[in-house]
Design a protein around this ligand. Structure first.
Ligand code: ZN
Length: 309
């Protein structure tokens, strides 16, 4: 089952000819999850061929304009395309007032319901059947969140031979065992899922930092992440400026990835001063080898790992 990350905007603060403002799309089954919604996000979505009619959740990290000003345009485009599915928005305090202000002042007809959840407490903020979203507060000067998308473990592999040898007739009973239910056979014997299933298979984990200084809680959030998307606004030489502005350098991002045991680090929120990101990449690579600098429209596919089972 595919889990695809599309970087829609990878700039920090102001857009450049090559980089749009922060927005990351994650496509999972029939659902779209957006992390941040910088200006022009909807045009980037068109270019990346991401539809506007999917079940969609938007997670805003903080209320700095570069991360949130794409919402009005997104609402308008979705409405003009007659979206009718609910749009869920999660974000820090003031996100509700912002969305209400758009609806009250911008003249357009909204064709779909919007549900806004203002996050007040870190922790589990959204639970679905197959995944959870966790949030922590970061260190950025204003209330700012980092998010983790964590897939729940899937039931282990179904061993047909074991089911057959236990005399479980093929059909609905197989299916119930596969989905984790205990079943009673026609002759009265009980068969438990663990009798016929391998160990549970782990899901995938993606962490997005938003804007932040280095933070111990971030290391915890990113523990064993398959993908850590970390801001790296300025390079290591500008560490003082980075600290003053509540950001991170490539080395700091790489340290977090290393301590967390993340599998893959992608740097984003790149300052307009870097016409080309080689320097940022080199600085991070010294500490954490599996690293890339995001570009607009870069795509990452995270496969399900079934190894060892
Ligand atoms: Zn910011």
């Amino acid at each position: 089952m595919s889990l695809r990350v599309v970087f829609l905007g990878t700039a920090g603060s102001i857009p450049t000819t090559k980089r749009s403002l922060p927005a990351i799309a994650i496509r999972r089954k029939d659902e779209l999850i957006l992390f941040d919604c910088g200006e022009g996000a909807q045009r980037q979505m068109i270019q990346a061929r991401i539809g506007f009619h999917r079940k969609t959740k938007v997670f805003i990290t903080h209320m700095h304009g570069d991360h949130v000003l794409g919402l009005p345009g997104l609402f308008q485009t979705m409405s003009l395309l007659d979206r009718d599915k609910k749009l869920e928005i999660y974000g820090p305090p003031k996100i509700k007032a912002f969305v209400e202000a758009i609806q009250q002042t911008v003249q357009f007809t909204l064709t779909f319901p919007i549900e806004v959840s203002e996050i007040e407490k870190a922790g589990l903020i959204c639970e679905e059947k197959e995944y959870e979203i966790h949030a922590i507060w970061t260190d950025h000067g204003i209330p700012s969140l980092a998010y983790a998308l964590i897939e729940k473990p899937r039931p282990g592999r179904f061993h047909q031979e074991k089911a057959k040898s236990l005399g479980v007739p093929k059909g609905p009973l197989w299916s119930r065992l596969q989905h984790g239910s205990t079943v009673k056979l026609p002759d009265g014997r009980i068969v438990k899922p663990e009798d016929v299933l391998g160990p549970p298979r782990p899901g995938r984990k993606i962490v997005y930092t938003g804007d932040t200084r280095p933070l111990e809680e971030l290391v915890e959030l990113a523990e064993n992440a398959d993908l850590l998307i970390h801001e790296a606004t300025f390079d290591d030489e500008l560490i003082e400026r980075t600290r003053e502005n509540g950001h991170s350098t490539p080395s700091q991002a790489a340290e977090t990835a290393k301590k967390a045991g993340a599998k893959w680090l992608v740097l984003t929120h790149i300052s307009a001063r870097y016409k080309e990101p080689k320097l940022l990449l080199e600085q991070a690579k010294k500490i954490f080898p599996k690293v890339d600098v995001a570009e607009d429209f870069m795509e990452i596919e995270l496969p399900l790992l079934d190894k060892n089972y």
